[in-house]
Design a protein around this ligand. Structure first.
Ligand code: ADP
Ligand code: MG
Length: 172
C-alpha cells in the first residue's frame, strides 16, 4: 500500500500534466489535476478578467482533496502550492523549461499577450520554485528540467527510483 503523495508544480506549460499522467500510469499512483477538479466541481470564487480565467476557491479545493490526501498514493498537479497543507506532500517537484521552449508551448495554447508575458516572467523569476521553498521543507523540493522528450523520460525514471526507495524506507 503506497501512502506517499507527490506534488508536481511549475509555471503553466512546463509539462506537469504530461509528466503526471505518465508517472501515474507507470507507478500505480493516482493522478489528480487540480485545475480539472475545480472545473468539474465548479470550485471557483469569482473570475479574473485580466487573465481570462476563473479564480480557484482554495478552501473548497483543500476540503475536497482532504480524504484522498490522507489516504495517500496521490500525484497532484497544479501551478501553485502555497494553499495546500504542508503535511500532504512527501516530495515536491518544480518543473522548469527554457524561456524559448515555454514561449512556444504557451503560444500554441493561444494565451493572450499579457498572459503569455506574465507566465514567461513567472518562469524567469522562478516564482513557483520560490513558492515551493516557502511552503515546504527545502530538502523535499526538487527542480526538474522539462524541455525535451529525454527530460520527460529521465524525470520519470528518477521519480520512480525515488518512490521505490521511499517504499523501502517506510516499510517494516
Ligand atoms: P502543464 O501541465 O505544466 O501546463 P503540459 O503537460 O500540458 O504542461 O505540457 C505543455 C506542452 O508541452 C504539451 O504540448 C506537451 O506535450 C509539451 N511537453 C511537456 N513536457 C515536455 C517535454 N519534456 N518535452 C517536450 N515537450 C513537452
Ligand atoms: Mg496541465
Amino acid at each position: 500500500m503506497l501512502l506517499l503523495n507527490i506534488l508536481l508544480t511549475g509555471t503553466p506549460g512546463v509539462g506537469k500534466t504530461t509528466l503526471g499522467k505518465e508517472l501515474a500510469s507507470r507507478s500505480g499512483l493516482k493522478y489528480i489535476n487540480v485545475g480539472d477538479l475545480a472545473r468539474e466541481g465548479q470550485l471557483y470564487d469569482g473570475y479574473d478578467e485580466e487573465y481570462e480565467c476563473p479564480i480557484l476557491d482554495e478552501d473548497r479545493i483543500v476540503d475536497d482533496l482532504e480524504n484522498q490526501m490522507s489516504e495517500g498514493g496521490v500525484i497532484v498537479d497544479y501551478h501553485g502550492c502555497d494553499f495546500f497543507p504542508e503535511c500532504w506532500f512527501h516530495i515536491v517537484f518544480v518543473l522548469q523549461a527554457d524561456n524559448s521552449v515555454l514561449y512556444e508551448r504557451l503560444e500554441t495554447r493561444g494565451y493572450n499577450e499579457k498572459k503569455l508575458k506574465d507566465n514567461i516572467q513567472c518562469e524567469i523569476f522562478q516564482v513557483l520554485y520560490e513558492e515551493a521553498l516557502a511552503s515546504y521543507k527545502e530538502e523535499i523540493v526538487h527542480q526538474l528540467p522539462s524541455n525535451k522528450r529525454e527530460d520527460l523520460e529521465d524525470n520519470i525514471n528518477q521519480i520512480l527510483k525515488w518512490i521505490e526507495q521511499w517504499i523501502k524506507d517506510h516499510s517494516s
